[in-house]
Design a protein around this ligand. Structure first.
Ligand code: C2E
Ligand code: MG
Ligand code: MG
Length: 637
């Protein structure tokens, strides 16, 4: 502790001594000038021994002051500075003593007082000040001894007063300088402290900004950062540069999550991000914008062909096997891209790339699709429908039509399929093939399904002699526990007998998340609802799932009847019907448009038929009328 305070005192003294350097240097300069002039004056006014004595001491003082002036300018130690100053002071006193020796005058004794004062002002340290003041006073007393005792006492008092004043001047001057320095140091410290804190705060805020712009799992820039890059891309595009927006979606990532668990899924995403990072060098900025969705802004000024090649090589890289926790995983990706135009709003650009991505998915995945002029019209229609769907009030805008299913042997309507019709107030009538697909893509289908379902239940109430109604479920419905819960809640409220509601599902619906879809299907089947497999034959050639799923009816797709002239058609239908019979499942042929179709249905042994032969899908009123007067099927074949 003591050591510490001594150290700090020492550094304080050193700092003050340094502050004195310019004063001391000035003092030496004045001394050199003074003694230079004095030497010349001596040569001018004196002669003989007086000249020899005074000129030599003054010239020595002149040269010494010059050397001292020069040395102070260098990097010298405090002790050396003290020695220099004392030497010059000693020479000053020697000059006065020599002058007194040549010509004594009592008046000249005042020089010693003046010298003590000057030495007090120009001293490096207190120690040096004391020595120099001491030298001046010794000089004074050495002359005072020439007088009588009383005069000596008087000179003693004067000398003492001069000493006190000089020491006081030296002390207070040094103190004032010390305080000024301390203030400045404090201010410097405060500034340095503030600057350090400011730098820390800036660093922290930059770190936070980067964090808020990056995805915590993969470390890639996130959606927010992506929008910033998109804006940058648009600015570049405005300068006529070619910039591309590339959307990448992994194919079948959900299955990885379901089969291997979410932790593996996360690891896979990290590895995918690594591959993306290494593919996207300086011109391409990749971000993660969703679960398994990534976007790249490609500034490469590339033509269509080269951007397509670049994307294809990216897909090749992504498709290579991943080794994650000792498991080999394979996954592919689909890419949709569009050229960035500075005039398009962000949403339009996203829609274009999304549309291209959708095409890539639909046309077999693991491929690149560029949004082109020919897509524009379709895309515009797609987005118009999507917009109208988002704003739609389905309970008001959706209507049901009904299509009967005839039992061939019993010659009666055994079931009625409900088909949705949408009349949008903003864009008019849209066919279900179109709006159902877009509703599925946008996740709005659940609302449509519920609306259709409520209407179907209400229609059932309107039939005098209720006939089972079949309702179409889409893949999203079957994979959503919530939608199935909602449907069951609706049924519970209505008290409709379960055998009056049949659900139609498609093979593809079973493929997305087989586990969940099967569980939901079983829930419905266990409640007593019949389950029909719609569009049968268009999906997969492997029918093994038919044995495990609770299917009651196969609806053979109408596309089989498109090639009626081909003898194979009848044979295929025959075997499909045979298979249904083996599985003890009801078999219906869809798309019966003519008597010929009807004949074929009978020949292949289908139990029921559905199609335009019995008219277009009917309104609820028409349906009621038909039920009262069923058409007679011709007894052909
Ligand atoms: P789907 O479930 O296979 O329905 C049968 C479709 O075939 C209906 O077309 C019907 O009008 C049409 N059709 C019936 N008989 C014939 C025929 O003899 N010849 C021809 N060429 N076509 C015939 P629609 O009403 O346009 O529905 C198309 C598809 O839209 C439906 O196919 C179904 O997948 C879907 N859909 C319709 N309503 C709904 C619904 O409420 N929910 C869901 N999820 N999908 C629905
Ligand atoms: Mg159907
Ligand atoms: Mg069908």
């Amino acid at each position: 502790m003591e050591q510490q305070s001594q150290d700090s005192l020492r550094t304080k003294d050193a700092t003050i001594a340094l502050a004195y350097k310019p004063i001391i240097r000035g003092y030496f300069a004045v001394a050199a000038a003074y003694y230079g002039i004095m030497t010349l004056t001596h040569f001018w006014l004196l002669e003989g021994s007086s000249l020899a004595l005074l000129a030599s001491v003054s010239s020595i003082a002149f040269i010494a002051a010059l050397i001292a002036y020069h040395l102070v300018g260098r990097d010298i130690h405090i002790a050396q500075l003290e020695i220099l100053t004392n030497t010059i002071n000693l020479l000053v006193v020697a000059n006065v003593l020599a002058a007194l020796h040549v010509e004594f005058s009592q008046l000249k004794l005042v020089y010693f007082i003046m010298m003590a004062m000057i030495f007090a002002f120009a001293s490096v340290s207190m120690r040096q000040a004391m020595i120099s003041i001491g030298i001046a006073l010794v000089g004074l007393f050495s002359q005072a001894i020439r007088y009588d005792a009383q005069s000596q006492i008087m000179h003693g008092f004067v000398g003492f007063a001069a000493a006190i004043s000089a020491v006081a001047i030296a002390y207070f001057l040094r103190r004032a300088i010390g305080l000024a320095i301390a203030d400045r140091q404090q201010a410097d410290h405060a500034r340095a402290y503030a600057e350090t804190r400011l730098a820390e705060a800036l660093e922290l805020s930059e770190k936070m900004r980067l964090q808020s712009m990056s995805d915590s799992l993969t470390g890639l820039p996130n959606r927010r950062a992506y929008y910033d890059k998109l804006t940058e891309g648009k600015l570049e595009a405005a300068k006529s540069r070619t910039v591309w927006l590339i959307l990448l979606d992994l194919d079948g990532f959900k299955a990885v999550n379901d089969n291997y668990g979410h932790l593996m899924g996360d690891e896979l995403l990290k590895s995918v991000a690594d591959r993306l990072r290494s593919h996207c060098t300086k011109d391409a900025h990749v971000s993660r914008i969703g679960g398994d969705e990534f976007s790249i802004i490609y500034f490469g000024d590339a033509h269509e062909i080269s951007v397509e090649n670049w994307c294809s090589s990216l897909l090749d890289r992504l498709a290579k096997t991943y080794l994650i926790e000792d498991r080999l995983i394979r996954i592919s990706g689909s890419i949709g891209c569009c050229r960035i135009s500075s005039e398009d709003p962000d949403s339009t650009l996203m829609q274009k790339a999304d549309f291209a991505l959708l095409h890539a998915k639909k046309s077999g995945k693991n491929r690149v699709v560029l949004f082109e002029g020919r897509h524009a019209e379709k895309a515009a229609e797609h987005f118009m429908i999507e917009k109208a769907l988002r704003a739609a009030d389905f309970d008001r805008e959706i209507e049901l039509v009904f299509q009967p299913q005839y039992h061939i042997d019993r010659q009666e309507v055994v079931c009625v399929e409900t088909l949705a019709r949408w009349n949008s107030p903003s864009i008019g009538k849209i066919g279900p093939e179109q709006f159902i697909r877009i509703a599925e893509e946008t996740g709005l289908i659940a609302n449509i399904t519920l609306s259709v379902f409520k209407k179907a239940i209400a229609a059932l109430d309107g039939f005098d002699d209720p006939v089972p109604l079949s309702v179409n479920l889409s893949a999203n419905d079957l994979n959503s526990n919530r939608t199935i819960d909602d449907l069951i809640a609706c049924l519970d409220e209505s008290n409709v007998r379960p055998e009056l509601i049949e659900f139609e599902i498609t093979e593809t619906a079973m493929m997305t998340d087989a586990g969940r879809a099967t569980a939901n299907l079983r829930r419905l089947s266990k409640r007593g609802h019949s389950i029909a497999l719609d569009d049968f034959g268009t999906g997969f050639s492997n029918f093994s799932y038919l044995r495990t799923l609770p299917i009651d009816k196969l609806k053979v797709d109408r596309s089989f009847l498109e090639n009626k002239a081909d003898p194979m058609t009848e044979r295929i239908l025959h075997s499909l019907v045979g298979m249904a019979r083996t599985l003890e499942v009801h078999c219906l042929l869809e798309g019966i448009e003519s008597e010929l179709d009807m004949l074929m249905a009978k020949r292949v042994g289908a139990q029921s038929v559905q199609g335009y032969l019995f008219g277009m899908p009917l309104s609820a009123d028409e349906m009621r009328a038909l039920r009262r007067n069923p058409p007679l099927l011709k007894q052909t074949g």
